[in-house]
Design a protein around this ligand. Structure first.
Ligand code: ZN
Length: 356
């Protein structure tokens, strides 16, 4: 190819074709295959990938038949993933870590260890977890898919008991995180992550981020699809109403008092005062229906009679459970049971479409 062209009376240097670069993180000198995406090459072990992934197994078989580019006597396979995702995924596939120790029942004393690249107990890098989930689903690597999915499911669970135990910063926190999880759940088919992630988008995120996109730490903005934006806005409205008319019905309306109210005028005044405080609180924030410890029960118990307090708490707890069961429907999603079934089908479906 000519490097220069005569343009008018001057020479202009034609742009050089961009050459692929080798990954700094994933280049095993004695590797047997080179994977290339986004102009980045990764030299890894074909047998390791084929043994763990039916998709790679089929891909390599096809490659042997049709011939390919070669680098250092290794065939080059061109993929369409992001280089960052592939870098995380390939390291998780090849750097497994170990622990050597001695059993002194009931303990296992670790004498030497080396960390694996991905450990569901210690890895808190969201991009690493998301990248490995994305590609382990695509390439049907079950052990990685299950571990990364379960780590995310701890933060975006399907039961209220799990929700009450979640630790927000178990994975690095950033404002757009629930938005990224919505997109990731859609992309990989792990739909049971959606209700909790959409609940957080709808109730904790700035409304402008729902409408126009939320900023990520890497400088990009992540924007939900229109259908999910609409679902978030619809869910936000429904939850705002449910907080007043259902969760706090013991002060905004009338509930059955077990036994009977033993101090009716006093209790009514206390409820009136509480509902005013609730309205002020709700005017400044979105309805965090499932956040615990937002309502000051010790104060309320002091303000009303024993029977009113007990009935209110029983109502609150049972309504909270009912609202959680209905949560998927607030966002136009199938029931929890159907969402869990959809997760179970992710790998089955992938295996069905995989070339054998
Ligand atoms: Zn009372």
């Amino acid at each position: 190819m000519e490097c220069t062209q005569l343009i008018g009376s001057s020479f202009r240097v034609a742009p050089q074709p961009r050459l692929p670069i080798r990954s700094e993180q994933v280049w095993f000198g004695d590797g047997t295959i080179v994977l290339e995406t986004e102009m980045v090459q990764f030299k890894v072990y074909q047998g390791t990938l084929a043994a763990n992934s039916p998709i790679f197994h089929a891909m390599f078989s096809a490659c042997q038949e049709d011939g390919s580019d070669m680098i250092e006597n290794c065939p080059v396979i061109h993929l369409h993933d992001t280089a960052v995702d592939l870098m995380h995924f390939l390291q998780a596939m090849h750097i497994l870590g170990y622990a050597i120790g001695s059993f002194t029942r009931p303990h296992f004393d670790i004498l030497a260890s080396s960390p694996s690249y991905y450990d569901c107990k210690t890895t808190d890098d969201f991009n690493k977890i998301a990248g490995i989930l994305r590609l382990s689903t695509k390439y049907d690597v079950e052990h990685l898919r299950r571990r990364t999915f379960e780590q995310l499911a701890f933060l975006y669970p399907t039961t209220l008991e799990q929700w009450d135990q979640r630790v927000e910063d178990a994975i690095k926190v950033f404002e757009a995180r629930p938005f990224v999880v919505v997109k990731l759940a859609r992309e990989t088919g792990h739909l049971s992550l959606l209700p909790a992630a959409m609940y957080l988008c709808a109730t904790r995120a700035d409304i402008n981020h729902v409408l126009d996109g939320a900023p990520c730490p890497d400088g990009y903005t992540i924007e939900l699809d229109w259908e999910d934006k609409r679902a978030c806005l619809h869910g936000r409205e429904t939850l705002a109403s449910a907080v007043r008319t259902r969760l706090f019905k013991f002060i905004t309306g009338t509930i059955e008092i077990h036994g009977h109210c033993t101090s009716a005028p006093h209790c009514e005044i206390a409820k009136y005062r509480t509902v005013r405080r609730l309205e002020v609180a709700l005017s400044h924030t979105t309805p965090a229906v499932f956040s615990t410890a937002r309502f000051t029960w010790p104060n309320y118990r002091q303000d009303v009679c024993k029977n009113c307090a007990a009935s209110a708490e029983a109502h609150f707890d049972s309504e909270r459970v009912r609202l959680w069961e209905e949560l998927p429907s607030f966002f136009g999603l199938p029931s929890w049971e159907d969402l869990r079934k959809a997760d179970d089908l992710v790998l089955t479906t992938r295996s069905d479409i995989s070339p054998k």
